[in-house]
Design a protein around this ligand. Structure first.
Ligand SMILES: O=C(O)CCC(=O)C(=O)O
Length: 301
């Protein structure tokens, strides 16, 4: 069983982040890589038929194929980018027992797999993936603020500094939700203005295959440019206790582990896929800065 040590748990609570090595079994990540490869292959045929690309690059693998095709047409990433992908291997990662063991140590025995999970392909030398400084709670309904919503950032390749790994501000989770602004960037635009970041030097958090970067919903973090020459693939998953409520009703989450209601745990990949596809937004996020018109824009945070 994958378990955090008491020292690791203390580090997470003190610093607001932790790189937990070797949590995810290789087969779980490989299955998702294969599933992403298949989605890229299907999309490549669609784009070729529409004359949006001139070559399928079918001889290239996980890192190189999407990179090569995206040089002609970035729509190659559309089927997998963000929270749209809900295949069996995505469900396999979200419900990976070794990961849930670690999550349970921080979140407790009742574990909701958050509606907010994302696959993040970050193309080299493209700004769309360079997510500026933010707290995840900056995007969520205030009902979640008092709860731990644990981000598990899972590299789908060895995520080095040059590939554009994550960067965190240690101890920034102790300041509550700080004000976010809208930045004029092509990446998701909500940001903590750099002048208002809690005081502490940022730390890059490279992570290898199998590792998980754990963050609290209040930890200020960003994603740095990919200068490695090939795409950087990662998935970010979130988990919380049911008490955190439906803080992101735009998408569907599910009960991933439960001691008190084991009968309500979602165990079926096909049901997960249906849940994601059929979900309709069930309310609005009440965060004031999500009302874009009322907020200040900052250039280049
Ligand atoms: O993977 C990335 O590049 C950004 C991820 C991120 O900002 C997040 O998980 O909140």
């Amino acid at each position: 069983m994958a378990e955090l040590t008491a020292a690791q748990i203390e580090f997470f609570r003190e610093q607001g982040y932790l790189v937990a090595p070797g949590v995810i079994p290789a087969g779980v990540v490989e299955a998702l890589q294969v599933e992403i490869d298949a989605a890229i292959d299907r999309q490549a045929h669609v784009l070729l038929a529409a004359s949006k690309i001139t070559a399928l690059h079918a001889d290239q693998g996980f890192l190189h194929r999407a990179t090569a095709i995206a040089a002609e047409c970035r729509e190659i990433l559309a089927p997998v980018d963000g929270g749209r992908h809900s295949g069996p291997a995505m469900f396999g990662l979200l419900t990976c027992p070794e990961l849930l063991d670690v999550v349970g140590q921080l979140v407790g025995p009742e574990i909701v797999a958050s509606s907010v999970y994302r696959i993040r392909p970050k193309l080299p030398f493209r700004p769309e993936g360079d997510v500026p400084w933010h707290q995840d709670s900056g995007y969520f309904h205030t009902m979640g603020d008092a709860h731990l919503i644990l981000t598990c950032w899972v590299p789908l390749m060895n995520a080095t500094v040059s590939a554009g790994c994550m960067e965190v501000v240690p101890r920034s989770h102790r300041h509550g939700v700080v004000r976010h602004y809208w930045a004029e960037v092509p990446a998701p635009p909500l940001t903590v203005h750099p002048d208002h970041l809690p005081p502490s030097d940022p730390v890059p958090v490279p992570a290898d295959l199998g590792d998980v970067v754990l963050l609290s919903n209040l930890t200020c973090h960003r994603s740095t440019p990919n200068t490695a020459g090939v795409i950087r693939w990662a998935a970010d998953l979130r988990y919380n206790a049911p008490e955190a409520g439906d803080y992101y009703p735009n998408e569907a989450g599910f009960l991933a582990r439960s001691k008190s209601h084991p009968d309500q745990v979602l165990r079926d990949a096909a049901a997960f896929d249906r849940l994601r596809r059929e979900h309709r937004p069930a309310g609005a996020v009440d965060r004031t800065w999500l009302k874009q018109a009322e907020e200040t824009f900052v250039k280049k945070p």
